[in-house]
Design a binder for this molecule. Sequence first.
Ligand code: GLU
Length: 473
Amino acid sequence: MSDGIVTRFAPSPTGFLHIGGARTALFNWLYARNRGGKMLLRIEDTDRSRSTDEAVDAILDGLSWLGLTWDGEPISQYGRVDRHREIAEELVRRGEAYYCYASAQELDDMREAQRAAGKPPRYDGRWRDRDPSEAPTNIKPAIRIKAPREGETVVRDLVQGDVRFPNADLDDFIILRSDGNPTYMLAVVVDDHDMAVTDIIRGDDHLTNAARQTIIYKAMDWDVPSMAHIPLIHGPDGAKLSKRHGALGAEAYRAMGFLPEALCNYLVRLGWSHGDDEIISIDQMIEWFDVKDINKGAARFDIKKLEAINGHYIRQADDQRLVDALIGLLPEMEGGAWFLDRMTAERRKQLLLAMPGLKERARTLVELADGARFLFIEAPIENEDKAEAILAEGGRDVLRPLLPRMEAVEDWEIETLETLVRDHAESLELKLGKVAQPLRAALTGRTTSPGVFDVLWVLGREESLKRIRGQTA
Ligand code: GLU
C-alpha cells in the first residue's frame, strides 16, 4: 500500500540517540515503511549553544546501527532560519502576529506581579492591539503570535484522542525572538509544513507544544498533520527514565553487546503490541505496525527483558555473523583489548567452531566473549576457585589415568572422545559428571563452558593435552 505518507524524526543534537529517541525513530520508520511512505530526518540544531557535531554523528550512527534509514539528506533546522523569519513576518502581515517591544525587565515585572496576585505567569498581550506608531525606536521587537483568547484548541491525537486546551491558557507566545532567531515552536511548524510531513509521531512531552503549533498552522491556513504523541518510557520503578535506569545512548547498548534487531524488537514492544507476540521480526513489525495500536499508558524499561530477547536473537543468529559482530565489538567492549591482543587466525577459526555451543549460553555479545575466554587463555591456566576445588578434591586423581588414554587417541573427534571418557568413568565406577567436571575445570579453569567434548574438539588435540598435563602435573 502506498498512500504517500511522510513521517520525520527530529532529534535535537544535544546528546546521543537515547533509548526514547530510538523508539520514536523506530515508530516513525515503521509507520512510513508500513504505508509505503517516507521517513525524513531533521536535525533540530537551532540551539547553537547546546548542539554539537559529535551529537549529530552519534545520532546518525545510532540510527544506522539500528537499521533505521531515512529518506533524502538530513535537514538542518538551523540552515532554515531565513525561511522561519520570512514566515514570522508573513504572519505579521496577515494580522496573525505582532511586534512586541516589551523589555526583559518589563516582562519580569509583569510576571512578578502575576505571581504576587496568585495568577499563572502569562504574557498579558500588552502589544497585541497597540498601534505600531507607538513603537519605541531603541528596542528590537520580538514577534508574538496572536493566539485566540476564547474557546479551545483541540489536538486530534491518534494515541491520546482529542486533547482540549482552553485558549485562555495559551498566551501570545514568541515565534521570533528580538535577536531575529525563531523559536522552536515556529521552526517545527514551518519545517514540517515545508517538508510535507503528514504524520508526526513523538513523545507526549510535546503535547502542549502541539496545541501551540496548531495555532500557528491555523494562522497560516496550513493543514495540521496527523499527530500521535506516545507515552514516555519510564523506569522499572515507574519514575521517569533516567541514566540510572538505562536511558543510555544506542552506542552504549551496542557496547553492552546487544544486537540491533533485538533492541528494535524490545523497543517496538515498549508502547506497542501485536497480540501477545514477544518476538517480532523487522518484517513483521513493518507489516503489523499501526499508530492506532500504540498504548496509552507509559511503558516501563526492563533491562532483564531486553537481555532475554537479545539471548533469543543470539541463539538464532548465524555463527559467522556472531563471530564478526563479536570481533567488531571488541575495540569498544570493556575488557575487549585482552581478547584483541590474543586474536590469531587459529582462534578466529576456533571461535566459529565453538559458536554453536557458546551462543546457547549468552544473553549478550559480552557474555559470548566471556564464554569464549577458554579459547584465549594459555597454560598454565589460572583456575577459578570452584574449578580449583573440583580439581583438588579428587579431580586430578581422576584425570591422571585418563591422560595417557587420551594421548593414545589419534582421531580427535567428538564421538571418539566421548566414548573414551564414558569408558574411563565406568572403569572407575564413577558417574560421567565426575570425570567431565574435572576435565572441564582442567581445560577451561572454570565450572561452566560449552559441552566438554565440544571444548576438547574445538581446542584440538595438542592444546587439550597440554592443558590436562599442566593441570595434573
Ligand atoms: N527536537 C525535539 C526533541 O528532540 C522533537 C521535536 C518534534 O518531534 O517535534 O524532543
